[in-house]
Design a protein around this ligand. Structure first.
Ligand code: GFB
Length: 308
């Protein structure tokens, strides 16, 4: 793709958007377009259309969304549904109407059924009930995937969706109520360590299994998809490896060098028992993740400490 292609990265300040921005800059793209949420509220259709008419992007990468961990999803189902539908519908419709060449939509592995066979293949979509704690977010993300798939089939446009597994990395959300497990545990173990190794409280039973992809690896996959015309409408993006929450807690405790007790708060929900992605389709096209979980956590912890 030409290095002066006009590429709009929606959500460029978030963990995923900023990783994509870093990656495309490093690859020599000179025409990256951004707007902060104060400059452009993606939930307002008129503002989005005016922005697209003004900037005329050639490529759009939709990394803007209302996201959060299991508690944020469980406690705000309405906002997770409506805001994500508004954001993605505005971006998809404006990109379609203004003939954007390529549209890359980002979803999540929670779109798959709670008890899908593991590892989860793309074709398992809509074959069973969703995980209740994030059902509305999943429905919004499925709708976005289906909208892009319909434009692809009906109008022959290169609108493609990536469904990443649980993500972590720089610029993640470290708020203890609304964040995901990995950043939450990094912060909890760090704060407990500097407070005299006091006990750390981890949510749930510790038995759920999760797969974690480093945000910079997702950015690398987005660059790969930008440079290649792929045959399918959506692809899983992950490492193909899973870890239990208990093992994750012990790994983070060791990396942070916390020397205290771990306590389990069983009043908090476990969520889906497993969501390991089958990543063979994108691998067959030539892409796979390259950062190990331990290396990714060490990098993220180093970055976190520098931010304090
Ligand atoms: O990362 P997480 O919030 O989201 O939780 P999900 C993963 C597992 O970690 C759950 C446990 O079993 C949590 O109970 N956990 C343990 C913790 N300690 C903590 C903690 O301190 N904070 C958090 N947040 N979890 C999300 C979906 O599900 O996955 C989103 O709700 C999105 O919509 C995201 O799809 C990728 O992996 O359970």
């Amino acid at each position: 793709m030409e290095k002066d292609t006009r590429i709009y990265i929606a959500g460029h300040r978030g963990m995923v958007g900023s990783a994509i921005w870093r990656k495309l800059e490093a690859e020599g793209f000179t025409n990256l377009i951004d707007r902060t949420s104060r400059e452009l509220d993606l939930r307002h259709q008129e503002s989005v259309e005016a922005f697209f008419e003004q900037e005329e992007p050639d490529v759009v990468i939709a990394a803007a969304a209302r996201v959060g961990g299991i508690l944020a999803n469980r406690d705000h189902p309405y906002e997770f549904l409506v805001e994500n539908l508004q954001i993605q519908n505005n971006l998809i419709e404006a990109s379609h109407r203004l003939e954007v060449q390529k549209f890359i939509y980002l979803g999540s592995s929670c779109i798959y059924p709670k008890l899908a066979p593991q590892p989860i293949k793309e074709e398992y979509l809509l074959t069973g009930p969703l995980e209740p704690t994030n059902e509305t977010y999943a429905i919004a993300k499925i709708a976005g995937l289906k909208a892009c798939e319909a434009i692809r089939k009906q109008y022959g446009k290169d609108f493609i969706s990536l469904m990443p597994t649980n993500l972590y990395g720089y610029n993640d959300n470290f708020d203890l109520e609304s964040s995901h497990v990995l950043p939450a545990l990094l912060r909890k173990f760090h704060e407990a360590k500097i407070n005299g190794n006091e006990p750390v409280e981890v949510w749930g039973s510790g038995s759920p299994l999760r797969e974690f992809l480093y945000a910079d690896d997702l950015a690398d996959a987005v660059h790969f998809v930008l440079e290649h015309k792929l045959p399918e409408s959506y692809y899983n993006v992950g490492t193909g490896r899973e870890i239990s929450i208990k093992e994750l807690a012990l790994l983070i405790q060791e990396i942070v060098r916390h020397r205290g007790e771990i306590r389990w708060d069983k009043t908090k929900p476990d969520g889906t028992p497993r969501k390991l992605l089958d990543v063979s389709k994108l691998k067959a096209e030539g892409w796979e993740a390259s950062t190990s979980l331990e290396e990714g956590i060490r990098n993220t912890y180093t970055w976190y400490c520098k931010q304090l």
